[in-house]
Design a binder for this molecule. Structure first.
Ligand code: MG
Length: 416
């Protein structure tokens, strides 16, 4: 029977990001790293929802992999629902790598490009498969590990928690031994330093905390371009008569409820969203009031007697105000409409890109669209026949546009 002898965890913002969108959870025997994505702090929210789902415990029944995957699915649903409710968080997501020490086995649940490694007898082995564009290229033999390390699209992931209503979660179990050292980390570590250096640091460090700190330092010294999160844990044999720490367990019904209102941040986000909706409704009601009440009886009865220049000016002002308000309401409605439609085109750098909004430009350089997702596929690399049909600026749903671009990315792999 094995137990976690010691563990280390650290999350560092790195040198180029202002915020840390990684989250972690480390409480023996469960360890989780999540690397969020999405603007306006959405990535931070997504990764935190993922780790908090684990913090609340695993289901009481089922095998280790099944229990880990069940929590991943709940977190996926929660993040996705929040993204759908709030347009500013639309499309947010997170990677997830979770490890559970269970008897003589370490089980993993994994989505995205965070990684788990095992160091045994001085040899480092990667235990997870990157769900990323360059990961696919490496597996297909189109790129070497070294080329992948420097690839401009190395941060493009092909699977994440929360982006779609359904997610495929990889699970796998490895038999473990006393002395095994496990590393779980975000891509802020592995895109900055290679596996050889990671292995050297783990081999050469005297203590676990020295090893963990050195990994973070090495990633920062190599540029620190992304948030860096590192969890290390070492296993040892359980002495006779001792018992391993229990995994926090919640029953399945509690878990569903527990995931509804989660963190203070998420609640705050929801509350602020409600405030926006309420404010819009209130101002709409307020501005529609004069239009509705204008032609009503009490004033009409006295129309003749009140048809003075002053009265006419007042009516004219009310009409003008109503017109302005109507234009504003229509403007807001159009703007909200543009948030719900997407189209595919090519960005200035020539990459196939998903845009949110309408494919038009207004006066004074205003645009009715914004960049939503830049793929790793150069438009020039598409066959001419595909180019005209795919980059036609046809309006699509977010799912359609995202699915199509994902297919383009994978077809592009086939064509290479
Ligand atoms: Mg990252």
């Amino acid at each position: 029977m094995l137990r976690v002898a010691e563990h280390f965890h650290k999350s560092d913002t790195g040198r180029q990001r202002r915020a840390n969108e990684d989250s972690l959870f480390a409480r023996s025997p469960l360890f989780v790293v999540a690397d969020g994505m999405g603007g306006a702090q959405a990535g931070e929210v997504a990764s935190r929802i993922a780790v908090e789902a684990y913090e609340r415990g695993l289901p009481g029944t089922g095998g280790a992999e099944e229990r880990l995957a069940a929590v991943a699915q709940l977190a996926n649903q929660r993040i996705h629902d929040l993204g759908v409710q709030d347009p500013t968080r639309s499309g947010m997501g997170t990677t997830l790598t979770a490890a559970l020490v269970d008897g003589e086995v370490v089980s993993l649940a994994h989505v995205g490009d965070s990684r788990a490694y095992r160091m045994r007898a001085g040899e480092l082995q990667q235990l997870t498969v990157d769900h990323s564009l360059v990961g696919e290229l490496v597996r297909r033999g189109k790129l070497t590990e070294a080329e992948a390390q420097d690839h401009p699209q190395k941060s493009v992931i092909t699977r994440a928690l929360g982006v779609e209503a359904h997610v495929e979660v990889d699970t796998i179990s490895y038999s473990a031994q006393a002395g095994d050292l496990f590393l779980i980390c975000s891509d802020g570590l592995t895109t900055m330093i290679d596996d050889d250096l990671i292995a050297d640091v783990l081999r050469d460090s005297k203590t676990l905390s020295q090893a963990g700190q050195r990994l973070v330092d090495e990633a920062n010294e190599s540029g620190g371009r992304d948030n860096i999160t590192v969890i290390l844990f070492r296993l040892e044999e359980l002495a006779a008569g001792e018992s391993a720490p229990a995994t926090p367990v919640v029953d399945d019904t509690t878990m569903v409820g527990a995931l509804s209102p989660t963190t203070a941040d998420v609640n705050a986000a929801l509350r602020s969203q409600e405030r926006v909706v309420e404010a819009s409704a209130a101002s709409l009601a307020a501005i529609q009031e004069p239009q509705r009440r204008g032609p009503r009886l009490p004033r009409r009865q006295n129309r003749d007697s009140q048809s003075s220049p002053r009265r006419r000016r007042k009516r004219w002002l009310v009409a003008l105000f109503g017109g302005v308000v109507l234009v504003a309401v229509i403007g807001v409605a159009v703007w909200m409409g543009t948030r719900a439609v997407f189209f595919i085109g090519t960005n200035d750098a020539g990459f196939v890109t998903v845009y949110r909004g309408l494919p038009f430009e207004g006066p004074f350089d205003t645009k009715l669209y914004e960049t939503y997702y830049i793929s790793g596929v150069p438009a020039a690399g598409l066959p001419a026949s595909r180019r005209s049909t795919l980059l036609d600026h046809q309006l699509r749903s977010r799912t359609d546009a995202s699915d199509l671009v994902r297919k383009i990315e994978l077809d592009q792999l086939d064509d290479k």
